[in-house]
Design a protein around this ligand. Structure first.
Ligand SMILES: Cc1c2[nH]c(c1CCC(=O)O)Cc1[nH]c(c(CCC(=O)O)c1C)Cc1[nH]c(c(CCC(=O)O)c1C)Cc1[nH]c(c(C)c1CCC(=O)O)C2
Length: 343
């Protein structure tokens, strides 16, 4: 029998009467119960590697709001850590990693097959979630896309324009390519293990796709996504994959046409009318409310949500934000949003 859960229907290409809705970073610091569990766990990474508490924070927004999907609680930077880099999250400053900026650094990375030694607790979280989630709520697994993961491995922290990664791409293309390929292999192994543990949908976060120079977009955003999607679907032909080449601009059309994903998540800058006309005839579109409206609330929020629902009403759509919900957002505004979408 066909899976009739709203999210799965939209991902199969059905136009649903109301769109399924979930929010990027729906488990996060805007929720008091998240902050309490996080304090109990210790550091953010302690939380990621604690299957019971990671399960708890994944379930919190499902219990409170009844979203149409849960997303595994973890981080895209666990993969570089599993490849041998040191990782910590400095409070209020974001991630800090040891770096890969030369062939010698690259040679010290572990092989892709070694990642499971570190990532076992994440697979355990997926298994616990499948046991504890209500059957009507699909579980989304995820990973960072190779380019975005590489930007952090090369710079050692977040940067506004990914200049360190672009520099390595130009200066030492051999090492850069080898790094992209290693991350791609590790990502395939990681996502296959998530699916084996019970993830039902996969999302690939290419949060910094917009920083890739245009001539390199195909090689470093589309090709790795193609490789990952085809490796996953070779083993799981019905597995839906959501691609998120954030900031890709004109690159969204090529990504949607060639990456082999079943849905494309669009960022806040994309005009819904353009996406409905250009992307939605081919695949499901996810997005793209401005996360700022979750801080603001009121009429701008309900009107913004209504316009997005209307723009995408003619095809398969998953309602989401254009990027993650921020720590200063108010939980009450999530209630307002859900009423605006579901009536
Ligand atoms: C670039 C990126 C990262 N992580 C992720 C991305 C891609 C998506 C995006 O563009 O936001 C993905 C991610 N990170 C997190 C999830 C969990 C699932 C969810 O609820 O969406 C997911 C899917 C939890 C998290 N990841 C992080 C938090 C906050 C940590 C805390 O509790 O202190 C959460 C809930 C930390 C994180 N993790 C990362 C950064 C740069 C930071 C620091 C910035 C910040 O503090 O918000 C790397």
């Amino acid at each position: 029998m066909a899976d009739n859960r709203l999210l799965m229907r939209a991902l199969r290409g059905e136009t649903t009467p109301v769109p399924p809705v979930w929010l990027m970073r729906q488990a996060g610091r805007y929720l008091p119960e998240y902050r309490a569990t996080r304090a109990k766990a210790g550091s953010f990474l302690d939380l990621c590697y604690n299957p019971e508490l990671a399960t708890e924070v994944t379930l919190q927004p499902i219990r409170r709001f009844g979203f149409d999907a849960a997303i595994l609680f973890a981080d895209i930077l666990l993969v570089p850590q599993a490849l041998g880099l040191e990782l910590r999250f400095a409070e209020g400053e974001g991630p800090r990693l040891s770096t890969v900026t030369s062939a010698a650094d690259f040679a010290r990375l572990k092989p892709a097959s070694a990642i499971h030694e570190t990532l076992g607790p994440v697979y355990e979280t997926v298994r616990l979630l499948r046991a504890e989630l209500p059957a009507e709520v699909p579980l989304i697994g995820f990973a960072g896309a190779p380019w975005t993961v590489a930007t952090y491995m090369i710079a050692g922290h977040g940067t506004p324009d990914q200049a360190p990664a672009r520099t390595l791409l130009y200066r030492d293309p051999e090492t850069f390519d080898a790094l992209i390929d290693r991350i791609t292999d590790a990502t395939i192994a990681y996502l296959l293990a998530q699916v084996a543990a019970g993830a039902e949908v996969i999302k690939l976060f290419d949060s910094w796709a917009g920083a890739l120079p245009g001539p390199h977009f195909h090689r470093y955003a589309i090709e790795p996504a193609m490789r990952i999607a085809s490796a996953l679907r070779a083993e799981h032909p019905d597995l839906p994959i959501i691609g998120f080449p954030r900031g890709a601009g004109a690159g969204y059309a090529a990504f949607a046409a060639h990456a082999g994903v079943q849905a494309i998540a669009i960022d806040t800058s994309v005009d819904p009318a353009w996406a409905a006309a250009t992307l939605q005839p081919r695949l499901c579109v996810q997005g793209n409310l401005d996360p700022l409206l979750m801080v603001l609330g009121g009429y701008p929020l309900t009107e913004g949500a209504r316009r997005i629902v209307e723009a995408f009403a003619g095809g398969p759509h998953i309602f989401n934000l254009g990027h993650g919900i921020t720590p200063d957002a108010s939980p009450a505004n999530v209630e307002t949003l859900l009423r605006a979408i579901r009536g």
